[in-house]
Structure formats: structure tokens, C-alpha cells
Write a protein that binds this ligand. Structure first.
Ligand code: ADP
Ligand code: MG
Length: 448
């Protein structure tokens, strides 16, 4: 569908032409007409599919076409989970509003509160905000939302993960007049917490789901490499980073300290790199992101603060140096590459400590990954044998007892349920005590 076909105001079409786009992506083609018709919307689609314009364009259309409900209150509020994403959405909005008389501001944590108060006093039409800080201003009565026309929640599921549910509710209450329209974008729509808050915020929403958030992304090649230990991970990383043509790469680690440690190591390989994590001051975070977006360095080593929404087309590679604990984070992290039609490679390094998370990701994606091996850097680690499902163990033991097999044999299957490789790699965390299996079997017995 062409952008011309939406019936947009000419000024909007001009802005879109400036961005160089003619044809809407699928989520845009399906979400925009619903939003322009004034309906509440519950939407999801995969990473990099153009959700930002899917909500910003209808917002623009609305402010151009409709009279404001209030002269002073913001007309559109966009809530996003992280400061990095807030900046990016704000940047896109600024481009779209450049030739208009409408004003916009960015309200995020970590920046000067008084400066934000002053900006709010100028009665901007659009606010892009992280929820916590906007609520702080609401409490101080620096801003009122009685005249809000459009509330947009981007990456709503992530806002919930980050504990913003109460802030989202407070904003909803502050803007709970009848004319308000709400657009809710989330990678996952089928999770209880998401449905609950969507139920509170939206009125008879249209539902637009383009594929599922975790549909296979054809522009991203997933590579899974097993590895034995930290040194092995570093050797694999070095091999790929130094050996392949990499435009820019983002490496995700489990902890803030790891970002710094790994960035130092990577710098030693002659690559330009910086660490990003929540310990840095806001201005340092901004500086790092800006300079990465401008291509001033090659490798960003980050915690999950950079996993959502960031849109930098030149990111050719994403690495999960450690696998994320939450399976859906895998989609968001790897979705930092393969954006807007470009191809990307995502490498996940799976050591014994990552195994449980890796299996959870496979279950979540309903996919079994094949692993790859780099010659000369083959792993000894071959994965861990999962414990046999407790229920089966219980049933078996009953059957076997029936056929007078000694009880010992069921013990044996419990014993087998230990992970086979744990001695060699020394990761004790994976040795679940046999007692636990017995207990599970017993509980299951009771339920049967
Ligand atoms: P999402 O929020 O779904 O992850 P974004 O809104 O960040 O995706 O968009 C991803 C990229 O696609 C951005 O660089 C954006 O400018 C680009 N894009 C958006 N809409 C179109 C379109 N209709 N045609 C081409 N590129 C687009
Ligand atoms: Mg997005």
C-alpha cells in the first residue's frame, strides 16, 4: 500500500517523501487506517518493521486535521520504556514535525528536572516520555493530561518488564476522558500482564498482529555456537569480529561490569569500542549512543538497555555474548540488526551457563536451532541432557513396579537425568540434586 492511499494531509505526505519512503510496511498498512479512523489499537509486529511511523503518522494526521481539545495540554503523548528509545522516537518525530508549527519535547529520566519543567511550561503539542519521569511531572502539576487526544505506548510489554505498570496506570488515569484514543504496541500480546493493562487502557481496540513477534526474521541469519568457558567465548568472538566484514556490531552481555571488561578486551584487538550500561550517567549514555549511531566507533558492548527499539541500519552483527534470561529479549536483541531491508547476522554464544536460557529461547520460538562450529575452535561442550520430565519418571516407576521391576531402576533414570557434561566443564550450577527430581516426581504423582 502506498502512503498516498491513506488520505493523509499533504504536509504529512511531504514529510514522508523527505524520509524517502513510498510504500507502507505491512504493520503500517494495517495499523494506520485503524488509528486514523479513531479506534483504539492493540498492535504487534516483528522488530524493524516500521512500528514507529505506524503510530507517529496517524498522530500527525490527527493534530493537522482535528481541533485541539485544549489549548495548553499536550495533544499526543508517546510512552517508551528506555531513554535510548525515547531519544530515537523523538528524533523521528522532530523530522516529521520540522516543517510544521507543532512543537514537541522529550521527557526522560536522568535529565534535569527543572529544564523539563520549563519546556513543559511552553505547552508542547507532543511529548515523548519514559513513564516514570512523566509521572513525576504530573505529580508536581507541571503538566495536565485532561486535553490529551492520543496516548501511544510503544514496547508496552517492556515497560511492564521494567516495572512501569503503576506509572502507566497513573498516566492513564490523568488522561481518562472519553475522547482519548490509545495505541498500544507490544511485541507480545498474549501475556497476562499485557492483556490486563491493555484491558484497562484501551476501549474496544482493533487488534492488528502482523505475524507473531517471533516469526522467523528472514533478514537475520541466526548462528548458534556452543562454547566451553569464558576464554572460549572470547576466542570465538575475536575470530568473528576480527575475521568478518563487520560494519557495526552490538554485543550483549549479562552484567554491567561485563560490558566494561569486554570492551577493554575488544579494544585490545584493534577495534573501536565503547561500553553502554545503566551505571553510566545519562549524558554519557546519550553520548555513547549518538556516537555509535553516527558510526564513530564499531562495536557497542551493552546490557539490555540497548536491546529494544534502537534502529541503526548499519548494525551488521549482533552478538549474544551471554544469552538473555528472558526468552523474548532474544528477539529484541537480535532485531537490532537486519533492519529496514538490510541483512544481518546474529551470533549467540552458548556455554554451559547459558544452556537453560538457550532451551527456553528455543521453546519460546518453537524452533530447534542447529549449531555451527568454527574450525580450530571446536567446543567440547555438546549441550546438557535435560532432566527427564518428572511425570514420566513417576509413571515409569509405577509401571515397572507393576511388572515387578525393582525400584532401583527408576532411581537410575533419575540419575541419568543429570546433565552429562558437567564434570568436564566444572559448572556446578547445573547439577541439580537428585532429591529435587524425586520431589518433583512425588508431587506429580499426587496430582495424577
Ligand atoms: P520497529 O519499531 O518495528 O522495530 P522502526 O519503526 O524502528 O521499526 O523502523 C525500522 C526502520 O525501517 C527505520 O529505519 C525506519 O525509518 C524504516 N522504515 C519505516 N517505515 C518504512 C517504510 N515504509 N519503507 C521503508 N523503510 C521504512
Ligand atoms: Mg520500535
Amino acid at each position: 500500500m502506498l502512503f498516498e492511499e491513506f488520505g493523509f494531509d499533504n504536509r504529512i505526505l511531504k514529510s514522508i517523501a523527505h524520509l524517502g519512503f513510498d510504500e507502507a510496511t505491512e504493520i503500517q498498512a494495517r495499523a494506520i487506517p485503524e488509528a486514523v479512523a479513531g479506534r483504539d489499537l492493540l498492535a504487534s509486529s516483528k522488530t524493524g518493521s516500521g512500528k514507529t511511523l505506524a503510530y507517529l503518522l496517524p498522530a500527525l494526521h490527527r493534530v493537522y486535521k482535528k481541533k485541539a481539545l485544549s489549548k495548553r495540554d499536550p495533544r499526543v503523548v508517546v510512552l517508551v520504556p528506555t531513554r535510548e528509545l525515547a531519544k530515537q522516537v523523538y528524533g523521528q518525530l522532530r523530522l516529521l514535525l520540522a516543517a510544521s508549527r507543532f512543537t514537541s519535547i522529550l521527557i526522560q529520566g536522568g535529565e534535569n528536572f527543572n529544564d523539563q519543567h520549563k519546556q513543559l511550561q511552553k505547552d508542547p503539542h507532543f511529548i515523548v516520555a519514559t513513564p516514570g519521569r512523566l509521572v513525576d511531572h504530573l505529580k508536581q502539576r507541571h503538566v495536565f493530561l485532561e486535553g490529551l487526544e492520543l496516548l501511544i505506548l510503544d514496547e508496552a510489554d517492556r515497560m511492564l518488564d521494567l516495572g512501569f505498570a503503576e506509572a502507566m496506570r497513573a498516566i492513564n488515569v490523568a488522561a481518562s476522558h472519553r475522547q482519548r484514543q490509545t495505541l498500544f504496541f507490544s511485541a507480545t500480546l498474549d501475556n497476562t500482564e499485557v492483556s490486563e493493562i491493555a484491558g484497562e487502557l484501551l476501549r474496544e481496540p482493533s487488534r492488528v498482529a502482523v505475524g507473531q513477534g517471533f516469526d522467523e526474521h528472514t533478514d537475520i541469519s541466526q548462528h548458534i555456537l556452543l562454547c566451553d568457558h569464558l576464554d572460549h567465548k572470547e576466542a570465538l568472538l575475536k575470530h568473528i569480529l576480527v575475521g568478518q566484514t563487520i560494519k557495526q556490531a552490538i554485543i550483549f552481555t549479562a552484567t554491567k561490569n561485563d560490558t566494561v571488561r569486554l570492551a577493554e578486551i575488544i579494544a585490545g584487538w584493534g577495534l573501536t569500542t565503547q561500553a553502554l550500561n545503566g551505571n553510566l550517567s545519562q549524558s554519557a549514555r546519550n553520548k555513547t549512543m549518538e556516537s555509535f549511531a553516527k558510526g564513530q566507533f564499531d562495536v557497542l558492548v551493552s546490557t539490555d538497555v540497548a536491546s529494544r527499539g534502537l534502529d541503526i541500519a548499519s548494525v551488521s552483527h549482533v552478538f549474544n555474548f551471554d544469552l538473555p534470561k528472558q526468552a523474548e529479549e532474544f528477539i529484541h536483541r537480535t532485531g537490532r540488526t537486519g533492519r529496514a531491508g538490510f541483512k544481518g547476522d546474529a551470533y549467540s554464544l552458548v556455554g554451559p551457563k547459558d544452556w537453560v536460557n538457550f532451551k527456553a529461547i528455543e521453546t519460546f520460538l518453537q524452533k530447534v536451532f542447529t549449531t555451527e562450529v568454527i574450525v580450530g575452535l571446536e567446543p567440547k561442550f555438546k549441550g546438557l541432557t535435560p532432566p527427564k520430565p518428572a511425570r514420566k519418571i513417576a509413571k515409569k516407576s509405577v509401571e515397572k513396579e507393576d511388572s515387578k521391576t525393582p525400584r532401583k531402576s527408576s532411581r537410575k533414570s533419575v540419575g541419568k537425568a543429570r546433565f552429562h557434561d558437567n564434570k568436564q566443564d566444572g559448572f556446578d550450577a547445573f547439577k541439580l540434586p537428585p532429591k529435587r527430581f524425586e520431589k518433583q516426581a512425588n508431587t506429580d504423582d499426587g496430582e495424577d
